[in-house]
Design a protein around this ligand. Structure first.
Ligand code: PLP
Length: 413
């Protein structure tokens, strides 16, 4: 008899974005004339940069000739990309990395969901609340949580770190013992970002309490404030306690192209049950060599082109385009009377619902009255209740129109 992994059955059935899609479909069937603007799901809309397309074409041609054809590549990624990552993302910020500390992947979702595999099966972890759902769900699937508590909207056995207006939506280190903590900076969904001093405190606490920080900096390119680090390795000593993940999805429009990387410093250690320290770098290397056969050559050449002078210029122009949208959302909604967080170092605006309305009620109201799709904050965790997330990844015209429609509802009179 094939026993199933019953941990999967702990996951509540309705996935956030599937519920949203159902609601939008029903509304649009009932109102086919409505021009719906989608500021919900965090997917980019700008096409790939010309420098990236050019590199892909060239790589495709190479694959068509016997002399330049590539079969299986190195599981860790080609050195040309690993070196470009070190030179482009780290050396420029005064961070030294060895090439074998960088592992190229096919998307940060995969990397962040799988990194837990190198830790013990009795793993205890902490997440921010609200949070990018993959950290949580992937751990549920591997049995690192208790049951879903429907009443509280949380899993038993997980350490939740409340992010509220009072603490500026910044997770604070847990007081109880944990093995790993997922930190997303700048944060999805709240769009807020931790300063250098705040990250220093995290690194200091991680050293004292011997936990590992899984640092997701998928939105690093959107940082505008000088006091917000672009990498956790800007913090002294972080290499001993942190693994960093990055994605090309939001900095270079790779949501459909798929490329990412993980940095596992050689100084970073976990522990055996008897207390002996074990380097995590060879463990992740072993995991990748067994489970993964490398990101496609053409895609790695595309990612390499992101670091060329033209690639940087063109991709930055797209990031600036989205950030202009973020400011349109933030400033427009503030002018209409809303309280808005984020949207300064991030493409996400975290909007407080009017008059204490529930997230889903406000979602419904905006869909029905303004024909604007958002994401209810409560879908990211119980402390997201009372907020909505709006993304800046639409077109400028749609963003302006959506903000105008919401403002025209005159919810604050
Ligand atoms: N991490 C965070 C915080 C994200 O918001 C996302 C995507 O939205 C990802 C990781 C996944 O990125 P990728 O497209 O590289 O899988």
């Amino acid at each position: 008899m094939a026993h199933v992994n019953e941990n999967y059955l702990k996951l509540p059935g309705n996935y956030l974005f599937a519920t949203i899609a159902k609601k939008v479909e029903a509304f649009s069937k009932a109102h086919p004339e409505a021009n719906i603007i989608r500021l919900g799901i965090g997917d980019v809309t700008r096409p790939l940069a010309p420098a990236i397309i050019e590199a892909m074409h060239k790589a495709v041609d190479e694959m068509g000739k016997a002399e330049t054809f590539r079969g299986y590549g190195p599981e860790q990624g080609y050195d040309f990309l690993r070196q470009a990552i070190i030179d482009g993302d780290y050396k420029t910020r005064g961070i030294d990395l060895d090439i074998d500390e960088v592992f190229v992947g096919d998307g940060a979702k995969t990397d962040v969901a799988c990194i837990q595999e190198i830790f013990g099966s009795d793993l205890k972890f902490a997440v921010a609340d609200p949070v990018y759902p993959v950290y949580l769900d992937s751990n549920v699937m591997l049995g690192h949580t208790g049951d879903w508590n429907a009443e509280k909207g949380i899993y038993d056995g997980v350490v939740y770190l409340p992010c509220t207006a009072e603490n500026g939506f910044k997770a604070e280190p847990p007081t109880e013992d944990v093995d790993i903590v997922y930190l997303c900076n700048p944060s999805n969904p709240t769009g807020t970002a931790m300063s250098k001093a705040e990250l220093e405190n995290w690194v200091k606490t991680a050293k004292e309490k011997k936990f590992i920080i899984i640092y997701d900096s998928a939105y690093e390119t959107y940082i505008t404030e000088p006091d917000v680090p672009h990498s956790i390795f800007e913090i002294e000593g972080a290499k001993e306690v942190a693994i960093e993940l990055r994605s090309y999805s939001k900095c270079a429009g790779f949501t459909g192209t798929r490329c990412s990387y993980v940095v596992v410093p050689k100084a970073c250690v976990g522990y055996k049950a008897d207390g002996t320290a074990v380097e995590l770098n060879p463990m992740w290397n072993r995991r990748q060599c067994t489970f993964f056969n490398g990101t496609p050559y053409v895609i790695q050449r595309a990612a390499e082109a992101y670091y060329s002078p033209e690639g940087q210029k063109q991709c930055l122009a797209d990031v600036n385009y989205y950030m202009e949208n973020a400011h349109i959302i933030r400033d427009g909604l503030v002018a209409a009377g809303f309280t808005v967080y984020g949207a300064t170092n991030s493409p996400y605006a975290w909007v407080q619902t009017p008059n204490g309305m529930k997230s889903w009620d406000f979602f419904d109201l905006l869909l029905e009255k303004a024909h604007v799709v958002t994401t209810p904050g409560s879908g990211f965790g119980p402390h997201g209740e009372g907020y909505l997330r709006l993304t800046a990844f639409g077109t400028k015209e749609n963003t302006i129109e959506a903000v105008k429609r919401i403002a025209d509802l005159k919810l604050f009179k």
